[in-house]
Design a protein around this ligand. Structure first.
Ligand code: ADP
Ligand code: ZN
Length: 657
């Protein structure tokens, strides 16, 4: 049984070839059977049931002459062989029967030798004949049960042994190994503290998040960060992949989730890390898998049940990674589950320098290596790509039998990486970079100088390559449920700022503003249709939204006249034009400030809201202008600033696409 388990653990050849295993198993059993029972030609003392006599094999004719000379006193005839006991009783002669020969019996009669028939099977062969089918059945059962057990982690044969289906590790990864994602590190710092000193938090009654969603493109260090949390807190790290739950038989995924949590709770404080959680956590509302994947649904339900099942005083934290948070089932994001999201961004210039340095630590670098130069060349690449570049560089240097890695090797390695990535992900080219920089600066200026607009927290021209829809990184309770009319108009201005900046500073318009214009149009449309904020419809609500019966999708019904539709179209068009004019004027007024922002963006790729405000205020002071920045700030409470920053990130993101 132990053997069987080992085989399964190793997931080796035998597991992948069940038929072959079965065949080998059968052959071995039959072979053993044959060997033990033997056949007539190899009869030995044991088979004869008498070990004190000497056994001698003779030929049939020899036996006949022994009979003729009356040298034997007793003859026993079986189905395949004959044994004859010598007259002195000391020797037993054996020989194979010669079929069709009747002369022997006649001779025995003639000589008056005692003879009799006998059955060749004895207790041993008899028993084996019984046992063989049983052994075979048990063997088959063990084989399949073992397979089941492997996928269920315990179960059938697992009773009484340690049920180690998910192996935990105690990583020695530290926060220092994760570079360029300072914000994310800050956000998970609290978790480390909680895992280290759970009693402190439990006594006070503090609510610690159970689940934290790490959001970011592949290779940005989500797994690494999760490991570092475990490493810093010195707790066991249980790592599973979302898709690994789904590959199995129905019901097994759910059983695995149960076992995983059981184990993690037993080893608490501990961390569960679920990579690619979208594999199980895809939105159930999305019609695509209607009535489909039972297994996924069961697994998801089990996960939700487990997360709800333990209190915040159990120091088990579930970290999950995804690069597509927008497709996750809403149920997963509810309070008490993955209610906290941490963005693990692609690194900006400074971040790339830090990551490169981390990975250069273990490689002998030449003095001529310029890290910043490498960082400049690798805009848009993730941590994993950078790690790879260093390694490739080291391989190149090794191939050339160099003692150290030279800048030349790194350049070559960068080139390879970029060529390989060019096909896979969109990398921004210099022309696009310029457009994006002005476009984003346009948004930022309008956001900071328009009363009621959400303030800037970060402007970025780092290409993200996340889903085209972008995503909002706000917690559910941080959502704004209500906006005033002037805030909606302010948002329209901010949205128009991107496109207007392209026109003013580049002289041509790109497709990059398409999404902005769509959103601006939608805002004005709902002001007219739903919120009664325009003169053309007054308080009349033109469009009721209702839940589609499938849930999730909104369907709308049109309940107004053709004329009203025309008026509305006209209103939307003219107000967009009016606001656009104001926005263009603002951009021209702040022309130099925009140039400063763009220059800083070029240098740093990410700039903070504070840096934007500093540029604007300096500009206003220099030109003796009344500050619009301060005025706008007065309008907004601290609380809203946090919220605005969350929403703002997503806007920057969708633009980068
Ligand atoms: P993800 O889980 O986001 O896809 P990983 O954590 O698996 O990415 O990253 C793969 C490897 O890339 C890491 O093991 C590490 O060597 C390197 N890496 C990625 N991001 C970083 C980072 N921010 N700092 C240092 N190394 C990184
Ligand atoms: Zn934009």
């Amino acid at each position: 049984m132990a053997d069987n388990e080992n085989k399964n653990d190793n997931n080796n050849f035998f597991n992948k070839n069940p038929l072959v295993t079965f065949a080998i198993f059968s052959v071995v059993i039959i072979g053993v059977f044959k060997m033990l029972v033997g056949d007539g030609a190899s009869v030995n003392g044991a088979a004869l049931g008498n070990t004190s006599k000497r056994v001698q094999q003779v030929s049939y004719s020899e036996l006949k002459s022994l009979v003729d000379s009356k040298s034997v006193s007793k003859v026993e005839i079986g189905q395949s062989y004959i044994k004859a006991t010598a007259s002195d009783g000391a020797t037993v002669y054996t020989t194979r029967i010669v079929k069709g020969d009747t002369k022997l019996v006649e001779a025995l009669d003639a000589k008056g030798i005692e003879y009799q028939g006998f059955s060749e099977t004895n207790w041993f062969t008899e028993m084996f004949g019984w046992l063989f089918p049983f052994l075979l059945i048990i063997g088959i059962w063990m084989f399949f049960a073992g397979r089941m057990q492997k996928s269920m982690g315990g179960g059938l044969l697992g009773m009484g042994n340690s049920k180690k289906m998910v192996n935990s590790e105690k990583p020695d990864t530290k926060f220092d190994d994760v570079a360029g994602v300072e914000e994310a590190k800050e956000e998970v710092q609290e978790i480390v503290d909680f895992l280290k000193y759970p009693a402190r938090y439990v006594e006070i009654g503090a609510k610690i998040p159970k689940g934290v969603l790490l959001v970011g493109s592949p290779g940005t260090g989500k797994t690494l960060l999760a490991k570092a949390v475990a490493g810093e807190a010195e707790v066991p790290f249980f790592s599973v992949t979302g898709s690994s739950f789904i590959e199995m038989f129905v019901g097994v995924g759910a059983a695995r989730v149960r076992d995983l949590f059981e184990q993690a709770k037993k080893d608490a404080p501990s961390i569960i890390f679920i990579d690619e959680i979208d594999a199980i956590g895809k939105s159930r509302a999305s019609g695509a898998n209607m009535g489909g994947n039972d297994e996924r649904e069961q697994t998801l339900n089990q996960l939700l049940a487990e997360m709800d099942g333990f209190g915040t005083d159990t120091p088990v934290i579930i970290l999950a990674a995804t690069n597509r948070p927008e497709i996750l089932d809403q149920a997963l994001l509810r309070p008490g589950r993955f209610d906290r999201q941490v963005l693990v961004d692609k690194p900006d210039f400074e971040g790339r320098v830090k990551i490169l340095k981390v990975h250069m630590k273990n490689v002998k670098m030449d003095k001529d290596v310029d890290v910043e130069e490498v960082a400049r060349l690798t805009a848009g690449l993730a941590g994993a790509d950078l790690a790879n570049i260093i390694n490739e560089g080291a391989l190149l240097a090794g191939r050339k039998s160099q003692k150290t890695v030279k800048q030349k090797d790194l350049f070559e390695s960068v080139e390879r990486a970029l060529a390989g990535l060019a096909k896979k992900s969109r990398r921004i080219n210099p022309k696009e970079k310029k457009i994006v920089a002005y476009h984003e600066s346009g948004h930022a200026l309008l956001a900071e100088t328009t009363v009621g607009a959400k303030k800037v927290s970060k402007v970025s021209i780092v290409p993200r390559g996340l889903a085209a829809l972008g995503y909002t990184l706000n917690k559910p309770e941080e959502n704004r449920f209500m906006m005033q009319k002037h805030e909606l108009w302010a948002e329209v201005d901010v949205l128009l700022g991107g496109r207007a900046a392209e026109e003013v500073f580049i002289g041509e318009i790109s497709t990059g503003a398409g999404n902005d214009l769509e959103r601006a149009t939608d805002i004005i449309k709902s002001m007219v249709q739903t919120y009664g904020m325009s003169d053309i419809a007054g308080l009349m609500v033109l469009e009721k939204s209702r839940q589609s019966f499938l849930g999730g999708v909104q369907q709308s019904s049109r309940e107004y006249s053709e004329k009203m539709a025309e008026n509305m179209d006209e209103f939307i068009k003219s107000s967009l034009a009016q606001h656009y004019e104001v926005v263009v004027a603002r951009l021209k007024e702040y022309r130099d400030a925009i140039e400063d922002m763009v220059a800083l963006l070029y240098k740093k790729e990410n700039i903070t809201g504070e840096e934007v405000r500093e540029i604007l205020i300096n500009f206003e002071k220099k030109n003796n202008m009344e500050s619009k920045v301060d005025g706008a700030l007065d309008e907004i409470s601290e609380e809203l600033k946090v919220d605005a920053s969350m929403i703002d990130k997503s806007q920057v993101q969708s633009d980068a696409e």
